[in-house]
Design a protein around this ligand. Structure first.
Ligand code: 26A
Length: 346
C-alpha cells in the first residue's frame, strides 16, 4: 500500500539482479572486460552469467539507483523512499521487490510481460569490479507508466528526485518529465553519471537532462570521461568539478553542486554561486582497513544514498557528504551493494 502522503524521495532507474563472483585476469580477458568498468552486454557476453554461476556466484539485489534508494531509506524515517523501474514477471523480479520491501522502500515497478528481469554480471578481482549488464525488462520502462495517475501522484508528492544516469540508455522522456516537475516547483533533482560509457556514448541524452540537475554525482573516471567527450582539455578533477557546477541550469533558484568521489582519495565538491564563481570543497573519506573491505561493488551508490538521506532530512552539504562517506564505508564491508543488518546508526 502506498503511503497516502507519498514519499519525499523518488528514485528511477534499472532494477537488476547482480550475479557476482570472483574472477581473474583470464576470466576478464575471455569476455574482453576491463577490471573496473560497467558496460551493456552484447552478443559475445551472454555466456558470462552461466560462467559466473559455475563459479559459485551470489545473487544479490542490484541496479545502481535501486541500491541508492535502499541506502537512503536505511538512514531515513519509515516511508521515505519510492523506487520506479521495470522488471519481468519472474523469480528474479520477485526477489527484487521483496528486498526493497524488506528495506522499507516502496516500489512502483512496471512489469513487462515478455522480457525477463534484468541482470548484471559482476566480476570481482581484488578491490575492483567489472559489471556487464543485460537490461532485458529494465530496458522496457515507458513514460506511459510514469504518467499513470497513481504513479504520477507519487511524482507530484515527492520533493526530491534521484535518477541513475544508466537510465539514459532506457527512457530519457521519463527523466525529462521528472526534471521538468522539479524545475517547475523548485524541488531537488539529482543525477549520477553512473559509468564512463554514459558521457562517452549517451552524450546527447545526458546533456538534455543535465540542465535540470541540482546535484551531479560521479567518480573520477566518469568525470574525466565527461571532460573528454566535451573536449574540455583537462583531466584535473577540481577543474572538471568547477566546470560541471557551472553548466547551464534550468532552475536558477538553487545553486548547482557537482560531487566527484575518488575511491579512497578525498571527495571533491564544486558549489556554484549566482555570480558564476565556484567554491571547491574537499572531504576525506571514512577510512577502513583494507582487510575490512569485502567488495567495492555499490560503494558509489551507497555514497549517493547516504548523501540523499542527508539532503532529504535537511542536513547541510557538509553533513550530507559525511553521511554519504559513512554509508559507503559500511556498504564496502558487506557482500555487494548491501548494508549492515542489524541496522547501524549514523
Ligand atoms: C544500464 N546499466 C549498464 C546499468 C548497470 C547498473 N544499474 C543500472 N543500469 N550496470 C551496473 N549496474 C549496477 O551498478 C551497481 C553497482 O554500482 C549493478 O547492478 C550494481 O548493483
Amino acid at each position: 500500500m502506498a503511503a497516502p502522503q507519498g514519499y519525499p524521495l523518488l528514485c528511477l532507474e534499472n532494477p537488476l539482479l547482480d550475479i557476482q563472483a570472483r574472477g581473474d585476469a583470464a576470466f576478464l580477458e575471455k569476455y574482453g572486460l576491463k577490471e573496473n568498468d560497467a558496460i551493456l552486454a552484447e552478443e559475445q557476453h551472454m555466456g558470462i552469467y552461466e560462467d559466473l554461476l559455475a563459479r559459485d556466484a551470489k545473487l544479490i539485489p542490484g541496479g545502481a539507483a535501486q541500491n541508492t534508494a535502499r541506502g537512503a531509506q536505511y538512514l531515513l524515517p519509515e516511508n521515505s523512499v519510492v523506487y520506479i523501474g521495470c522488471i519481468g514477471k519472474d523469480k528474479f523480479g520477485d526477489i527484487l521487490k521483496k528486498t526493497c520491501e524488506e528495506a522499507g522502500v516502496h516500489t512502483e515497478y512496471r512489469v513487462d510481460e515478455a522480457q525477463p528481469t534484468g541482470k548484471c554480471g559482476v566480476v570481482i578481482t581484488g578491490h575492483n569490479r567489472s559489471m556487464c549488464t543485460h537490461l532485458a525488462a529494465a530496458n522496457e520502462y515507458k513514460i506511459e507508466h510514469l504518467k499513470q495517475p497513481h504513479v504520477w501522484s507519487l511524482v507530484e508528492k515527492a520533493q526530491f528526485y534521484y535518477v541513475g544516469g544508466y537510465h539514459l540508455t532506457v527512457c530519457v522522456p521519463a527523466i525529462q518529465a521528472l526534471g521538468e516537475e522539479a524545475a517547475a516547483k523548485n524541488k531537488v533533482f539529482m543525477l549520477s553519471l553512473s559509468a564512463p560509457f554514459i558521457p562517452q556514448f549517451f552524450k546527447e541524452q545526458l546533456d538534455s537532462v543535465l540542465p535540470y540537475t541540482d546535484y551531479i554525482f560521479c567518480n573520477e573516471t566518469e568525470a574525466r570521461a565527461y571532460a573528454a567527450s566535451h573536449e574540455w582539455g583537462t583531466e584535473d578533477v577540481v577543474e572538471i568539478a568547477k566546470k560541471l557546477a557551472r553548466l547551464p541550469k534550468k532552475n536558477t533558484q538553487r545553486p548547482r553542486v557537482a560531487i566527484v568521489t575518488q575511491g579512497t582519495l578525498p571527495t571533491v565538491v564544486g558549489v556554484a554561486s549566482a555570480s558564476g564563481s565556484v567554491e571547491i570543497k574537499e572531504f576525506a573519506v571514512h577510512e577502513i582497513s583494507k582487510d575490512a573491505i569485502n567488495d567495492t561493488n555499490g560503494a558509489g551508490d551507497a555514497f549517493a544514498g547516504g548523501f540523499c538521506a542527508g539532503v532529504v532530512s535537511g542536513k547541510s552539504l557538509d553533513d550530507s557528504i559525511d553521511m554519504g562517506q559513512w554509508l559507503a564505508s559500511k556498504s564496502i564491508q558487506e557482500l555487494g551493494p548491501s548494508f549492515p543488518f542489524p541496522k547501524q546508526t549514523y
